[in-house]
Design a protein around this ligand. Structure first.
Ligand SMILES: NC(=O)c1ccc[n+]([C@@H]2O[C@H](COP(=O)([O-])OP(=O)(O)OC[C@H]3O[C@@H](n4cnc5c(N)ncnc54)[C@H](OP(=O)(O)O)[C@@H]3O)[C@@H](O)[C@H]2O)c1
Length: 261
C-alpha cells in the first residue's frame, strides 16, 4: 500500500544541489502556529514550569508576557510580537501591581498561573511565616491574577485560565503541610472560578503536576531528580490542552511514569 501523499518525500533544488523535502514539513509548520494571534500571560516565567510554558506558547505563535519578581523591566514597554516572550517584573501578591500590569495588555486570551514557592518541614517544626508566604503566592497571587484576567475575558466572551496546582492538593506527603494547605486552597479557588467563568465561554483548568525537575526541589535533597518529569514535558502536555478547541479540560493530574517519588 502506498504512503499517504503528504508523507511522500519531495525533492527540491537548493544552491544547485538536490535536497529532500518531506511534505510533512508543511504539516509541521501549520501545527506550530496553533495559537498564532493569541496573547498569553504566564506568571512565574523566570524558572521551571512557567519558563518552559512561556517558551512553548511562544513557539506556537503566541505573544507572551512573562511575569516574575526577578525580571528587570518594571513595565511592558511594548507588546511582544507573536512568537516572542516579553519579560516583565511582577510580584503576584501585589494587588495594585497586578492590576497595572494586566491593564497594559489590550486583550488576554490565556493566563497560566505558575508562580509558586515551597518550604518543606514537618508541621511541628514549621513556622507560621512559612505557611503565610505560601498562602500568599499560591492562593492570593492566583486569586489576584485570575480575577484580573477573568474580568477582561468576561467582556471578550472568550479565554482560558490555567492554574498550576499540584498533586499535593489530593495526596498527603510528609513535610509538605503548609504547601499542601496552599495547593488545596488554590484548587478550591480554581473550581469555583471554573463555574463562574463558564457562562462567559471562559475555560478554566486546574493543572496538577507531580514531581517535576525544577529549582523548587533545590532545598529538598534525597529525591531522584532523574525520575521526575522535565518542565518541557509538562509544558508540552499543557500546550495540548490549551491548543485544543471545543474541549474544556477542567482538572488534570500529570505524573512521572514512576508515580509519586
Ligand atoms: N516542580 C514540581 O515538582 C511541581 C510539582 C507540582 C506543582 N508545582 C507547581 O508548579 C509551579 C511552578 O513551580 P516550579 O517547580 O516551576 O518552581 P520554580 O522553578 O522555583 O519557579 C517558581 C517561579 O515562581 C516565581 N515566583 C515566586 N514567587 C513569586 C511572586 N510572589 N510573584 C511572581 N512570581 C513569583 C519565581 O520567580 P521569581 O522568584 O523571580 O519571582 C519562579 O519563576 C508552582 O506553583 C509549583 O507549586 C511544581
Amino acid at each position: 500500500m502506498g504512503r499517504a501523499s503528504w508523507l511522500r518525500p519531495r525533492y527540491t533544488r537548493e544552491n544547485g544541489k538536490p535536497r529532500l523535502r518531506a511534505r510533512l514539513g508543511s504539516v509541521y509548520s501549520a501545527r506550530m502556529s496553533r495559537l498564532l494571534g493569541k496573547t498569553a500571560i504566564v506568571t512565574g516565567a523566570s524558572s521551571g514550569i512557567g519558563k518552559a510554558v512561556a517558551t512553548a506558547l511562544a513557539e506556537e505563535g503566541c505573544a507572551v508576557v512573562g511575569f516574575s519578581r526577578r525580571f528587570a523591566a518594571a513595565t511592558l514597554m511594548q507588546l511582544p510580537r507573536p512568537g516572542s516572550v516579553a519579560e516583565v517584573q511582577l510580584d503576584v501578591t501585589d494587588e495594585a501591581a497586578v492590576k497595572a500590569r494586566f491593564d497594559e495588555l489590550p486583550n488576554i486570551d490565556l493566563l497560566v498561573c505558575s508562580a509558586g514557592n515551597a518550604h518543606y518541614a514537618p508541621i511541628v517544626n514549621s513556622r507560621v511565616e512559612e505557611l503565610r508566604a505560601m498562602l500568599d503566592v499560591h492562593i492570593i497571587g492566583t486569586y489576584l491574577c485570575a480575577r484580573a484576567a477573568l474580568r477582561r475575558m468576561q467582556l471578550q466572551k472568550s479565554g482560558h485560565i490555567v492554574n498550576i496546582g499540584s498533586v499535593a492538593a489530593h495526596r498527603a506527603f510528609t513535610d509538605c503541610g503548609a504547601y499542601t494547605a496552599a495547593k488545596a486552597g488554590q484548587l478550591g479557588l480554581t473550581r469555583v472560578l471554573a463555574e463562574e467563568a463558564r457562562p462567559y465561554n471562559v475555560r478554566v483548568t486546574a493543572f496538577l503536576p507531580g514531581a517535576t525537575d525544577t529549582p523548587i526541589w533545590d532545598d529538598r535533597p534525597g529525591f531522584d531528580r532523574a525520575k521526575m518529569m522535565s518542565p518541557t514535558q509538562v509544558a508540552g502536555f499543557l500546550l495540548s490542552i490549551v491548543a485544543r478547541p471545543g474541549v474544556a479540560v477542567e482538572e488534570v493530574t500529570v505524573m512521572p511514569p514512576g508515580g509519586s517519588l
